[in-house]
Design a protein around this ligand. Sequence first.
Ligand code: SF4
Length: 362
Amino acid sequence: MKKKIKILIELTLDRLPENLKHRVSLFFNGLKHVLGKGYRRFGFFSFWIRVCDFIVVRTNGDKFIEFELTNICNAQCVFCPYPDMLRTDKKFMNMNDEILAKSISKINEFKSALISFTPTTGDTLLHPEWDKYISSVLEQKGIAKATIFTNAIKLDEENADKFIQLLKKDEKGKMSQLYFSFGGLDVNTYKSLYKVDRFDMVKENINHFLSLLKRERMSVGIHIHVKLLKNQVFDPILAKTLLNKNNYPFVYFSHSSFYFSNDGYKRNAIIDYYPDEQPVKEYACSYLNKTRFAADGGVWADGCVISEMPGDSSLKLGNVDDERSVIEKERTRIIDDWEKRQVIPKPCQGCTVYRCRKGESR
Ligand code: SF4
């Protein structure tokens, strides 16, 4: 019964128009923040905080901004083009102060529902000043909601403390959800998927961080996404035993047995991929509405892991020195080329993340 209600709410939220989704998201993020203050004294608020988390993550919409503090990574995942990109002339770097300042002035023009500190490739915690950079973005009045996706390899004790301080400083509760990715539920799966031997370290990092959140009576939603190999079955009890030993109440597990890909992306035999259900894509993808601010100052449409192919920049809209009108003109050109001339950008060809934008107003 509970599952049916959840599915019904999910379907309803998914059908909301983009601007209404935006408002619902902000309302429940704000409500969660108020409940979070009450939770410090009254534990029974936790149920309603979980309800808010459920709604907030399902109303992120399509127009959010990916903010890439670094494109350097500490893993070499088999489902990511990063290992191939290392062999191209792409510049791997951390965002610097100048690009940060220019990116901030640009994102203030976007009025986006959400800023996601998620690089296309890379891990945000590798930036030496990740906490200061994120704080300076969160301080912007125009930013209402933010999140981060990390593999938590660098979520050591020092970074965990920095994170707690960052969340305390975030007085309006803008960063209400954090996402961690984890490779399987055993040492061998982790190593097969991430190509680094960090299973035990990340397990301890996550448990330590959750224990700090619990100690501080914080109510940040922690979403742990477990990646699996072909034919593996997710075990929620084992996941909880391994990664949430202290029973922090706002942990949500999800898993993937299938991975996204596109036509230009080398496939790996140890994992399963989503099929391309729409071989003929008449309309452009709605994710072209997303914008990524890259570590080197580039501005791109979309920011998913396969939207920047090695040696390809067909989704690049410009850079932080360009006027917003120039960036939007390029976005329109890409969409028009697709819909009027069937010129589909390379990363979008055979892309299994594709979501049809038919019917949406630009
Ligand atoms: S089709 Fe794929 S690569 Fe292209 S914008 Fe959509 S999700 Fe990104």
